[in-house]
Write a protein of this length. Structure first.
Lengths: 311, 369
């Protein structure tokens, strides 16, 4: 039936056009949304940066306001990464090279479960379980014996609402993502590299040092950077745990801590009004910029060193 | 040398030990080292005062590593000793990481189970004077029904936006996209993955005060905030799954004269559906616990609000947060509600995780199961 073939052909072409238009439209919508995020933050935040500081509570200038917050954000995230990165690499190695083969997938799944626990739950767990544990057992000892190091000086917080507690909880929260990415690259180590190393008489650890770690290094670094990005933007756990003060504080054991940008927004936004709202939005823009740079660096490292380590 | 001869011939040595195993730490000696470490931990604790099991483990673990090293060094030599230390350390790292997971789950279950009752599931926070009196006497009052409804509505809205958007973007990237637009979209999806959740909340707030007026907080704003976080996750997982579909399937379909869009709908998507649904479920699990963006964009209310376009809407994570930091009088009542809400959240996430796995298995094409 020639006639029906012709009508079908026209219908299909229209279907194709509609469908490709829809999917291209969705792709473009993503670009628009992202541009929208930056634009709306800038439009609403502008008044907070350049507006009359007389009408805002506190600080004289925006830089003075955001400075300690940026410091606190970077400080907390760095602490978290310091704890999480070595542990995550060890756990990833355990899952990829030490655990029984049949268990490996399940163990990875358990670690992923850790990532799925909502941050607010980590927050209230941190303050009710972890903080008392640390203030009872570890903090006084650190303070008594190591107080010549600026980090451990000052008066120990009795409630445990200190930077170190916040950093530790953040570490637990970013551990899964760093572990997942490291595990992924470790598993991709070429079988032949590993077997060649073992065939030359290397022990398992020597094989890991010779074959697995050089191969996965850039992947691990980019995973750590992505974890850092997570920690920078993490809000609720810090908001619940940290006892914030205004200014720059190096000590990690006291009640006086520089707040993080995200936690400061969460704490102040619900009650803020007027230009204070705009200023908070402006700090959000700063946070967006910081995480953007960190994530871009992570991607660059991943792409430069190892093509398959796409997070 | 005799050892070499024995290895080559495979003959057992006179002493009965094979040369391949003769110089290895036996299982018995490893168990012995472990026992000794625990005893040393116990001993040190006992000498210093009361025995606290936490400290016993803290002392026993490094002792075990140290003793293993020494023993292995003496019996097996330096290289094997280092190997054993590495293995022990990796294993311990894994166990250390299990501690917070177990502790969190245990705390949430033990603290939350007591208030996870009928009142909690059906009530809200508009407490009558009688409720307040009862609460003062330790009787359970108040619930999170409104917060559960809020979470349902807001997450539903987020999924309604993010799933089609993410799926079509993934289809574009895999089936149509080449050249600069596709590369730009890929990069921007990466950037979107890294948006801090609170920034997404600020964006939705800034967008919707233009529509509903200054200071407005609505369910739809919360939904939009979550969809910003959810979309890149959906794109990523759907893209991965579509790429896995064998090209031969597409070519076979084209060869039969099936148009491209129909090939995608009837051949490509059904083949990848298991992975896509799993990805969507995990994306929902990821955003359902988000607190910060909803705190900013959707606010908090005391009772159910079914209209996402008008008025504030509480969600479970925000409920948890406020019940914990502003528990009211007496404190225990609010805190107990916070833990119960946390337990509900954890259960929801665990269920979603399980559903994702089951879906992945059920929907897999029969041949691949």
């Amino acid at each position: 039936m020639p006639s029906s073939t012709i009508t079908r052909a026209t219908v299909t072409r229209r279907g194709d056009r509609v469908f490709s238009g829809l999917s291209r439209g969705a792709g473009i919508a993503i670009l628009v949304i992202l541009a929208g995020v930056a634009t709306f933050l800038f439009v609403e935040g502008r008044a907070g940066i350049f507006g009359d500081t007389e009408e805002m509570s506190g600080s004289d200038s925006f830089l003075q306001y955001v400075g300690p917050l940026v410091f606190g954000t970077v400080f907390a995230a760095t602490l978290a990464l310091l704890f999480a990165a070595p542990l995550a690499v060890a756990v990833a190695l355990y899952i990829s090279h030490y655990a029984p083969r049949r268990l490996a997938q399940t163990l990875g799944y358990i670690i992923d479960l850790l990532a799925a626990i909502p941050s607010v739950v980590f927050g209230i767990w941190g303050i009710t379980v972890l903080a008392p544990l640390l203030t009872d057992n570890i903090y006084p000892w650190l303070n008594a014996n190591l107080d010549f190091i600026p980090f451990f000086s000052g008066t120990v917080s009795t409630s445990g609402r200190s930077m170190l507690t916040a950093g530790l909880v953040l570490a637990v929260m970013i551990l899964p993502i760093v572990t997942a990415i490291s595990r992924e690259v470790f598993l991709q180590t070429p079988r032949l590299h590993e077997e060649a190393s073992l065939a030359l008489g290397a022990t398992r650890w020597e094989m890991i040092r010779q074959a697995v770690i050089p191969y996965g290094r850039s992947g691990v670094i980019s995973g750590a950077m992505l974890g850092l990005g997570r920690a920078l933007g993490e809000t609720m756990a810090v908001a619940i745990i940290l006892s914030p003060s205004d200014g720059y504080f190096w000590s990690v054991l006291t009640n006086q801590n520089s707040n993080t940008i995200a936690s400061n927004i969460a704490l102040k936004f619900p009650e803020a009004y007027g230009l204070d709202v705009n200023r908070l939005i402006a700090t959000g823009l700063v946070l967006f910029a910081i995480t953007f740079v960190v994530n871009a660096l992570a991607r660059r490292i991943a792409n430069a060193g190892f093509s398959g380590a796409d997070g | 040398m005799t050892a070499t001869e024995q290895t080559l011939t495979g003959a057992p040595s006179p002493s009965g030990a094979s040369p391949l195993t003769a110089q290895q730490l036996s299982r018995a000696s490893r168990v012995g080292i472990a026992t000794a470490s625990v005893l040393i931990g116990l001993g040190i604790n006992a000498v210093l005062g009361e025995v606290r099991w936490g400290w016993v483990v803290v002392i026993a673990a490094p002792t075990f590593v140290l003793l293993t090293y020494v023993a292995s060094r003496l019996v097996e030599g330096q290289r094997r000793a280092v190997d054993r230390v590495a293995a022990a350390t990796a294993t311990m790292a894994f166990l250390v990481v299990m501690l917070p997971l177990i502790s969190v789950l245990w705390t949430v279950i033990s603290e939350g189970a007591s208030r996870l009752d009928g009142t909690f599931l059906t009530g809200d926070l508009r407490l009558t004077p009688e409720d307040l009196m009862a609460q003062r006497d330790g009787v359970a009052a108040g619930g999170a029904y409104h917060a559960m409804m809020g979470t349902l509505i807001i997450t539903g809205l987020a999924a309604a936006i993010a799933v089609p958007l993410g799926l079509f973007t993934a289809i574009y990237l895999v089936e149509y996209g080449k050249g600069r637009l596709a590369r730009a979209i890929t990069t921007m999806v990466d950037v979107m993955t890294g948006i801090p959740s609170i920034v997404a909340g600020l964006f939705a707030y800034a967008l919707f005060i233009l529509i509903f007026g200054p200071g407005s907080r609505t369910g739809i704003a919360g939904g939009v905030a979550l969809s910003v976080l959810m979309t890149p996750v959906v794109v990523r997982s759907a893209e991965e799954m579509l790429k896995l579909v064998a090209n031969e399937l597409r070519e076979a379909s084209y060869a039969l004269g099936v148009p491209k869009w129909k090939t995608i709908v009837k051949v490509v998507l059904p083949t990848a559906i298991a992975g896509i649904l799993t990805g969507v479920t995990l994306a929902i699990a990821r955003v359902i616990g988000e607190t910060a963006p909803l705190l900013i964009a959707a606010g908090v209310a005391q009772s159910a609000n079914y209209n996402p376009f008008d008025g504030r809407m509480t969600s479970l994570p925000v409920f948890t947060y406020y019940q914990y930091v502003q528990p009211g009088i007496p404190t225990e009542a609010g805190v107990a509600r916070a833990w119960a809400a946390a337990l509900v959240l954890v259960i929801i996430v665990a269920v979603l995780f399980t559903v994702a796995r089951v879906l992945a298995w059920i929907l897999k094409p029969a041949g691949l199961r």
